[in-house]
Design a protein around this ligand. Structure first.
Ligand SMILES: Nc1ncnc2c1ncn2[C@@H]1O[C@H](COP(=O)(O)OP(=O)(O)OP(=O)(O)O)[C@@H](O)[C@H]1O
Ligand SMILES: [Mg+2]
Length: 114
């Protein structure tokens, strides 16, 4: 099992949600977060001047999928839906996930997410 975390522009929430619906993920969790990437939140940094991090509002998706095939489908869908081509479009992280349990049935592993 693989957990995908995607941090995207706030205004891309609906587009990414729709894109994930088309690849038939079985659940999503969405967070409102703030963060910055390599530009420290600034698109222009004053030359020679040290600036503090500026945190921008972003949306984070967490999705758990059963295998690498679904991981690739989800990542491709998110990338297409979240893309503008400008700095700040976001990032997609993925991790191997050790365990899952569906509370209602006590099913574990891929049974719990399919
Ligand atoms: N290395 C990182 N660790 C944790 N979160 C990150 C990291 N890089 C980016 N993020 C998160 O992703 C959001 C969007 O990052 P962003 O798209 O600006 O990344 P970037 O590397 O600066 O790429 P770009 O040059 O396209 O802007 C950030 O606001 C932050 O929440
Ligand atoms: Mg950036």
């Amino acid at each position: 099992m693989i957990k995908i975390e995607a941090i995207v522009r706030e205004e891309k929430l609906e587009d990414v949600k729709e894109a994930l619906n088309e690849v038939e993920v079985t659940g999503i969790t969405v967070f409102q977060v703030s963060g910055c990437g390599t530009q420290k939140g600034y698109t222009e940094i004053v030359r020679g001047q040290e600036v503090e991090f500026m945190l921008r509002p972003k949306v984070k998706f967490e999705i758990v999928v059963s295998n690498e095939e679904w991981e690739q489908k989800a990542i491709t869908a998110i990338q297409k839906a979240a893309y503008t081509g400008n700095a700040g479009d976001g990032k997609i992280f993925s991790y191997d996930l050790r365990s899952v349990m569906r509370i209602r049935t006590m099913e574990t592993g891929t049974d719990a997410i399919n």
